[in-house]
Design a binder for this molecule. Structure first.
Ligand SMILES: [Zn+2]
Ligand SMILES: [Zn+2]
Length: 339
């Protein structure tokens, strides 16, 4: 499924077209993957609508790839043929800049993203440098593993950046693919912490309660207790303002979104310094992901084990999956089945 140019999804609900492309040939250090499934991420909407534009067209989207190694370049020896591997958002980084050397390859100036700067997994085949592929723990089916690669791994990074300790109150603002995995991680790693979930729909709030939320309310609600930290996964601005009011003194809001939509930006004018920001409250964004985040999260996810809730679509139904995501018709994570 190919994206040929930017599209406004409100005007064109079918931004991706079926295309017949040659099977890519792996370069020296690359593996060729026969794709089994690819997760659908909100970032694809940002790519289609131009908020984080692909570096070239046409492009194949998708950065939560699970498949099997079909072939390998001359110098690629890390995986056997037929071995199951995953590919995530980080497609490459320079490896030599100060950020890369400090283990912050997610901040590399030369950061390249799967499905944005290199063809991704909305396809039967994909190639990637073997250094940017991951072994998938056996406990997960292909479909279960896919959302762990972005929704899960970036959720894990967000949680790390929140710097909470066990017993702290934590808020999850928005309850989509990422939050439904993070809450499972939280319940395991921070058993004495109460999780407060903020969501626009009763369906998502019920789902959050099923997964162990201590409290679930609407985005604008006041939480019954103040929060040490909150993680925002929404595409909008007003949830930021609402979340800041619920933080305790010195609390931290982590924004896990690659871009925000322009629609409700005006709500930022409702920021009241005393109520929302003063008392040493902090805002921190999450940018991209490192290989270590993905590896560590996959390991934890298998130990717990995290149980992703999956909605499957056929590859040709990618447009429908994206449209439903745009309409926030979500329960858990959406996955395209390719073979
Ligand atoms: Zn993603
Ligand atoms: Zn670098």
């Amino acid at each position: 499924m190919v994206l040929k140019e930017h599209q406004n999804l409100e005007e064109n609900g079918f931004p991706l077209e079926v295309g017949d492309l040659p099977v890519p040939r792996p370069k020296e250090d690359e593996i060729l993957i026969k794709v089994s499934v690819c997760g659908v991420c909100h970032t694809e909407l940002d790519e289609i609508e131009g908020r984080t534009p692909p570096s070239r067209f046409p492009i194949i989207l998708g950065h939560q790839i699970v498949g099997r190694v079909e072939d390998a370049g001359r110098r690629a020896r890390r995986f056997r043929k037929g071995e199951r591997v995953g590919v995530a958002w980080i497609n490459s980084a320079c490896g030599t800049c100060v950020f890369c050397l400090e283990g912050k390859e997610n901040l590399c100036d030369d950061f390249k993203a799967t499905g944005r700067d290199a063809d991704g997994g909305y396809a039967e085949y994909a190639t990637v440098s073997e250094d940017f592929a991951y072994k998938i723990p056996e406990i997960f089916s292909d479909s279960e593993a896919a959302p762990l690669l972005c929704a899960g791994a970036i959720g894990y990074r967000s949680l790390r950046l929140s710097e909470i300790t066990d017993g702290d109150n934590i808020g999850l603002v928005g309850f989509g693919a990422s939050a439904h995995l993070v809450i499972q991680l939280l319940r395991h790693a921070y058993p004495n912490s109460n999780v407060f979930v903020f969501s626009r729909t009763e369906r998502e709030r019920d789902f959050a309660r099923e997964l162990g939320a201590f409290w679930a309310g609407d985005i604008g609600d006041e939480s019954p207790e103040k929060l040490h930290a909150a993680i925002d996964t929404t595409p909008a601005w007003s949830p930021i303002v609402e979340a800041l009011k619920n933080l305790r003194k010195g609390g931290r809001l982590v924004i896990n979104a690659i871009r925000k939509e322009e629609k409700d930006k005006g709500s930022l004018l409702g920021l009241d310094y005393a109520r929302h920001i003063w008392m040493e409250k902090e805002i921190k964004s999450v940018a991209n992901i490192t290989r270590r985040d993905v590896e560590q999260f996959l390991r934890s996810a298998a130990e717990i084990p995290i149980r992703p809730e999956i909605e499957e679509y056929r590859l040709e139904e990618a447009n429908r999956a994206l449209w439903e995501l745009k309409q926030r018709r979500i329960r858990g994570a959406k996955v395209l089945r390719i073979e």
